[in-house]
Design a protein. Structure first.
Length: 189
């Protein structure tokens, strides 16, 4: 952790940031639940995989670790995410996910360079506009959260995603996990 906000505890975590700034965080946590947990064209696991990948591309260790853990809770092996970060071309991901992951990678690294060909590759893999928009929103939301965490000095994730106990993974599967997290940290919705 970097001491960018002296009012936060020395060992601050995301919950401390949430508790300090509840007014604007509450709708953001609701958006997390709506996007990442509500039924959609992409599964929660696929969206958490995208969240972990984007956070890794942005070098946000906290969000990368948190979303790798979330992805694990939704059936994605952390080794897949590690392989994706090492070499997206050879990572053992579903073939249909490759164009979505390529899209969010480009959107993260060079957003002004998006082309029709990028979208066409997603559609050719069988994805709908709804799926692409969910991927875009997941990319954007996590890029925002990466900046919030890095900007407030929360730079380290406190757990190894591979060793999080099953009872904690079950909690992470809640369709309202993010707003429940907010409530546990003093945010009223």
């Amino acid at each position: 952790m970097k001491r960018l906000f002296p009012s936060l505890p020395e060992d601050a975590r995301l919950g401390d940031v949430v508790a300090k700034f509840p007014r604007t965080i509450a709708p953001l946590l609701d958006y997390h639940d709506r996007l990442l947990r509500d039924p959609g064209a992409l599964s929660p696991g696929q969206k958490e995989l995208i969240a972990a990948y984007v956070s890794g591309l942005n070098a946000c260790a906290f969000c990368h670790g948190a979303h790798t853990t979330m992805a694990r809770a939704h059936g994605i092996d952390p080794d897949v995410i590690d392989a994706l970060m090492a070499d997206p071309d050879t990572a053992p991901v579903e073939p249909a996910m490759r164009p979505l992951l390529a899209y969010v990678s480009k959107l993260t690294r060079s957003p002004a360079m998006m082309t029709e060909a990028d979208a066409d590759a997603v559609y050719a893999a069988g994805w709908s506009e709804d799926a692409l928009f969910e991927a875009i929103q997941t990319c954007g939301l996590n890029s925002l959260m990466n900046r919030i965490l890095e900007g407030t000095g929360i730079t380290e994730y406190y757990a190894d995603p591979r060793t999080v106990p099953e009872e904690r993974l079950e909690e992470l599967r809640s369709p309202h996990f993010y707003t429940e997290f907010g409530r546990a940290n003093g945010v009223s919705s």
